[in-house]
Design a protein around this ligand. Sequence first.
Ligand code: HAM
Length: 427
Amino acid sequence: MVGFLFLWTTMRQTTLKGVEDILPADIHRWQFLEQQADEVFSRCGYQQIRIPIIEPAQLFVRSIGEQTDIVEKEMYSFTDRGERQICLRPEATASVVRAYLQHQFDGQGGCAQFYYYGPMFRGERPQAGRQRQFHQVGVEAIGSYSPLLDADVVMTALRYIECLGLRRYRLQLNSVGCPEDKTNYAQQLRDFLSGQRSGLCESCVSRLERNVLRVLDCKNSACRQIIASAPHIEHAHCAQCREHFAAVQEMLRSQKAEFEINPYLVRGLDYYTRTVFEIPHGQLGAQNAICAGGRYDNLVAELGGSPAGAVGFAFGMERLLIALESESTAISEKTRPLVYVAGLGVVAMRAVFSIVQEIRAQGVAAVFSYEERSLKSHLKRADKLKANHAVIIGEEELASGTILVRDMRRSIQQSIPSSLLRSALEI
Ligand code: HAM
């Protein structure tokens, strides 16, 4: 037993299943997604918001819906020491609406527009493009019922994709109508599917009673065949919802935005009303949606505010990176000049410590070795770190007040008085 415990405690620990480290070699890709989001979304009128990772579990139960996969099966919920029901956020829309109300953005007139990026958590079965900790970048615009907002939000998503350099994507659009339309459609769908019950998978039979719209998301091939002849939601739209959807399409066409109507797109979260959209990418497998969003006109009131129309979307950042790679889109790594300072011997290493601080104070990146090394090993390290210059100081240099400056690219070096270091490094 003791032996087993010892083995366990000394075993190297790894991340949980479906959770990944983002290593230094990949950071520039993530920064690229974030920098483009900063640029594009602020150009489109959005301001960044940072919301907490933990929230009261009830926030998501009320907004996403009790009978959705996320709430029923995927939320990381726990009871904290104060007996509060907490959960790791599975998405950001509910949190942004909570923040909008908590900080009285609703009293400020006009549309409040936020963007965000960060980790989300869902206990799904991990597979390519689906993790338990994943990242989203998204926007939420709260305060208008106008179809102009739907169209502008969709255009913002397209602008972001264009700026990232992606090409092989499609935009799918639908309208789920108002809550009354949704209820009518749910009844029509239930009537249709009840006649086909024996051909449906077990989960869909249970969805039939509990949340029939979810049947439309089922990936089972037998269910898909049945769904292909199911009634379309547009036939359940009231006149206002029909008009709203037509206006959204017209505005998108005016911008030559290409889209297709997917009559079975209803989205897996209950808060949507009217416009919904998804952006699948051609090179991804089963999990091919790089972006999804839509209008959610009842969520603000549901969370205690005065009714306010709202639209938003979120991109999955891991999926964006897979899509970028599949299209061989180069993401260049920004490099900054680096000076490697090498000290030969204990006394020189102390001098190196001071020189490094001085170079950094001038705004230039400088590194050194904390352990003694040979000159060869120093230069190998400088090479590995892609340093532009290596500054070398040994006992001889200390005695004569000089330093050796080596241009790493051209492999030439010169001895200069230490007072000229700044000009030699061009700082
Ligand atoms: P969602 O469809 O649940 O919508 O997620 C949006 C995007 O996040 C998906 O299209 C996908 O790219 C990514 N995603 C979701 N789950 C995972 C996962 N387990 N692993 C990797 N990527 C994933 C929402 O979250 C809504 N809050 C979007 C929204 C914002 N609607 C209005 N405003």
